[in-house]
Design a protein around this ligand. Structure first.
Ligand SMILES: CC(C)(COP(=O)(O)OP(=O)(O)OC[C@H]1O[C@@H](n2cnc3c(N)ncnc32)[C@H](O)[C@@H]1OP(=O)(O)O)[C@@H](O)C(=O)NCCC(=O)NCCS
Length: 318
């Protein structure tokens, strides 16, 4: 086998590739978990609605590679949220790994994010997968904090969430610009407007707002559409969360719980970047339980830190 295989790409990853890309996704991640000793795990295909969202959110950062016979053998979705750039999901078809294709797709993602103006470029990977950590490290990424996914079962509307107002971005252009202004204020250049608008347009969820005395104090973008194909929509997942301080953090979590409950969801899931130690502690105090871990890695170890006690959670996984 040649070490460096000839592949066609990057090409734009368009909606008509979803079935093929989903196949590469499920095969590559199932194989990965099996090699990590989780022999019974079968990673299901992702909900096509989630692919449509991720492809639209990534725009020209959604890329695929084909072999000589036209089969999709690799893909990478690079997302630029203003100053923040991240990649995922990305994978190479199992029979084609170890020949340099993975390096090509990650380098293409880095180039696209740099050209798009991202100041931090990162990704998240499985902490137990030493090959992935080694692979990304050779490409210039450095490990940071764990991202811990925490979930809370909603058997009833939690205390604290009863008084939370159900304010959401809805169709309001001024609410969208308030979210953009708050993000930019706490982390200059950060912009989640595209994800907020697409979520609403594609009816995948909404963005809960926390009004404050001097304007917007926080918001959380969440999806209620299930991640895996054919699974019930009984969980809401927070994708992005921006608050100006710790007090607003608890309040915005309650606003998400209230929105989830009203929506019929019975579980809330939050991906907590554990660099925010107090926030992690607050989630545990609120009754959240640890569900999953990912390792955050950034190019050259560069990170953006929010200003003055603000908190920013951004999902660097689909
Ligand atoms: C991760 C993945 C994209 C890599 O693709 P690939 O085509 O195998 O990657 P490449 O062949 O370009 O490079 C692999 C490199 O990792 C290096 N590597 C592997 N294990 C390593 C280790 N333990 N320490 C250091 N480097 C390691 C290899 O030596 C190789 O580097 P080299 O080209 O300099 O020799 C692919 O394995 C995959 O799709 N995995 C399943 C899905 C997945 O995990 N996606 C990423 C989720 S974050």
């Amino acid at each position: 086998m040649p070490r460096l295989e000839q592949v066609v790409g990057p090409e734009p990853l368009l909606l008509d590739s979803i079935a093929q890309v989903n196949q590469v996704f499920t095969e590559a991640f199932t194989d990965r978990y099996q090699r990590d000793g989780l022999s019974g795990v079968r990673v299901p295909p992702l909900n096509p609605a989630i692919w449509r969202f991720a492809i639209a959110a990534a725009g020209a950062g959604a890329m695929q590679w084909r072999d000589g016979s036209g089969q999709v053998i690799a893909f990478n979705l690079a997302h630029c949220c203003g100053s923040e750039g991240w990649m995922g999901p990305l994978a190479v078809r199992p029979g084609r790994q170890g020949r340099g294709i993975g390096s090509q797709i990650v380098e293409a993602g880095i180039r696209w994010l740099q050209e798009s103006g991202a100041r931090v470029i990162g990704l998240e990977t499985m902490p137990r997968t030493v090959e992935n950590i080694g692979f990304y490290s050779r490409l210039g990424f450095r490990p940071g904090y764990l991202t811990v996914s925490l979930t809370r079962e909603l058997e009833h509307l939690p205390s604290g969430a009863e008084g939370a107002g159900l304010f959401s971005v809805g169709e309001s252009a001024s609410a969208l610009s308030a979210c953009r202004n708050l993000s930019d204020r706490v982390m200059p250049g950060l912009d989640f407007s595209r994800e907020i608008s697409l979520t609403r347009e594609q009816r995948l969820g909404d963005t809960s707002l926390l009004p404050g005395p001097d304007g917007l104090a926080g918001f959380a973008l969440w999806h209620s559409a299930s991640l895996a194909e054919g699974k019930p929509d009984d969980e809401i997942r927070v994708l992005k969360l921006v608050v100006k301080d710790q007090t607003s953090f608890r309040a915005v979590i309650h606003a998400v719980e209230a929105a989830g409950w009203a929506h019929g969801a019975r579980r809330v899931s939050v991906r907590c970047q554990t660099g925010f130690r107090d926030t992690y502690g607050a989630l545990l105090e609120l009754g959240y339980r640890v569900h999953w871990t990912d390792l955050r890695m950034t190019l050259d170890g560069t990170e953006l830190a929010p200003r003055n006690g603000a908190v920013v959670f951004s999902n660097w996984e689909i």
